[in-house]
Design a protein around this ligand. Sequence first.
Ligand code: HEM
Length: 221
Amino acid sequence: MNAKSFFQNNLFRISVHLFSLLPLAILLWNGLQGNLGGDPVQAIIAQTGRVAMIILLLSLAATPVYIITGFKGARKARKALGLYAFLYVSLHVFAYAGLDYGWDLYLIGLDILDRRAAQAGLAAFLIFVPLAVTSTKGWQRRLKKNWVRLHKFVYAAGVLVMLHYIWVQKADIREPLAWTFLLALLLAVRIPAIRRWFTDHRSRRQAAKRARTMPVETIGA
Ligand code: HEM
């Protein structure tokens, strides 16, 4: 396979990796340039948290995109997006615990006990860890049906992340609510009746398209 066809065949996958690494490159560049504002630590925590949430939603959008459009590439990107979301969540938590609290576990414990926002964030993080660890083919083979059951916890993690995002906001919660609404839509598409409606609709659309492109002489042959 030459470079051109490799690129064409993997365009979507390559763009997923580039898109997912871009925020980290920008954050590093801004950090090196001293462009993180008056409170760089808070900026790093906020930006890594936001990117983690957006990439998590993109990984949860993979299945609905496949259900509605039939685009298999979306489903193939789900694992990479899930792992990138975990990368940014880890940077987010390390920035909070390391840069903000200097790894003082007593103070971190007090803060988490004191704030429901941090409790929701920690609960989500504790779900992400086993999902990231078991994202390999080996664990999928080992856990079999339990792997699917375990990875359904990503839905609960998504809800916890939105609660975390809403509760960390001091004043205006309109943006977290908008993201929460998007999460609700992505989860709703997975409801069997709604999923069936979309897949039926998609196969009807494909059948009509096939009928339109079929040469006249073969219709009714
Ligand atoms: C131990 C777990 C976690 C802790 C201690 C934590 C801590 C924090 C803190 C302190 C903030 C406020 C930053 C500020 O003042 O602006 C924050 C914001 C945020 N966190 Fe977390 N977080 C945790 C887990 C998560 C996870 C798992 C996600 C998502 C996948 C996440 C997404 C966010 C988002 C979206 C924001 C808002 C950023 C903004 O205002 O733009 N956090 N987090």
